[in-house]
Design a protein around this ligand. Sequence first.
Ligand code: NAI
Length: 339
Amino acid sequence: MRYPVTLIAGDGIGPEVSAVMVRVVDEVTDGRIQWRNAPAGGGAVAAGMVPLPEETLDSIRETRIAIKGPLETPIGKGWRSVNVSLRQALSLYACVRPVVSLPGDYRSKYSDIDLIVIRENTEGLYSGREHEVIDGVVEALKVVTRESSRRIMRFAFEYARNHGRKHLTIVHKASVMPLSDGLFLDCAQEIAADYPYLQVEVLPLDNLAMALVQRPQDFDMLVMGNLDGDLVSDLCAGLVGGLGMVPGANIGAGHAVFEAVHGTAPDIAGQDKANPIALILSAVLMLRHIGETGAADRLGSAVRTLLFEGKSVTRDLGGTTGTSGVGDALIEILSRSES
Ligand code: NAI
């Protein structure tokens, strides 16, 4: 069985971390993944294309599965976020980010975190509906629909049921936005009625912010809107060692695009300093998604061994190994389990 997968290498550190990810995935799958390179972001623009070329969308529509490095969004001018456009174009409505303490003492204050952040990926303040009302006055619309709120809640509750999760925290700010976040909460309560065996609590975003710093171990699954989920994912990454450690998946009805939480890290791009683990763990999620469970287990376990041994980690984790060196170390660890 061979699996075609669209690969968007990404901007900044994207090509570096993608190269390592492809190398280790090829190793654990014996080359069963057929990579189809597709352009997007700053790289596409530099080559005279639009930031999200139709050929890239067509490739994902065909392969159904993609994995991507981060893509640059220029601030204020240039082009609108390709990530947001991609999620909207393919209706990748659910963003899943597992935040798990990994072995080793990597600047994390906690060693026992195991939570899932589920973020609605297509609406909220990231709907892209922004306009200048008059000179000096700009409006950004927060869009919340019953259909999308019910859809993300159904996804979250099904995810909990299928993955043995017991406790969902629905995050909101309905005291200030009673209509939009109120609708989100109503949908949560409606869907929750179908899952009486799951515990559900609702928590305002500001309360969550404090609780996550004080007692993150208490949380099992967090479900929230688009902007809130973006911020909380980075906060959670900080709880388990940083942005180089947290993977993600954007899931829709027909397609799934896997990517790390981090961005293009322009401050370290092209210097062989980026931590490739977040993208490699995103590939582990991808392998599980397509049913390559054995390969996913082997790669996930090699990452844990690498972190436990602590000899070959990048600077963000206190080491001196380069991005490509992490790839070498993982290949060496994988070769041990073969012999
Ligand atoms: P960033 O995540 O790129 O960087 C924040 C900090 O974390 C930097 O100090 C960076 O060096 C560090 N960092 C990030 N990933 C790392 C890794 N794998 N290994 C070691 N250190 C790492 O966030 P920033 O600077 O806000 O965004 C830069 C660009 O990335 C922007 O154009 C932004 O729009 C884009 N971006 C793209 C995302 C995506 O494609 N999914 C997600 C977030 C940002």
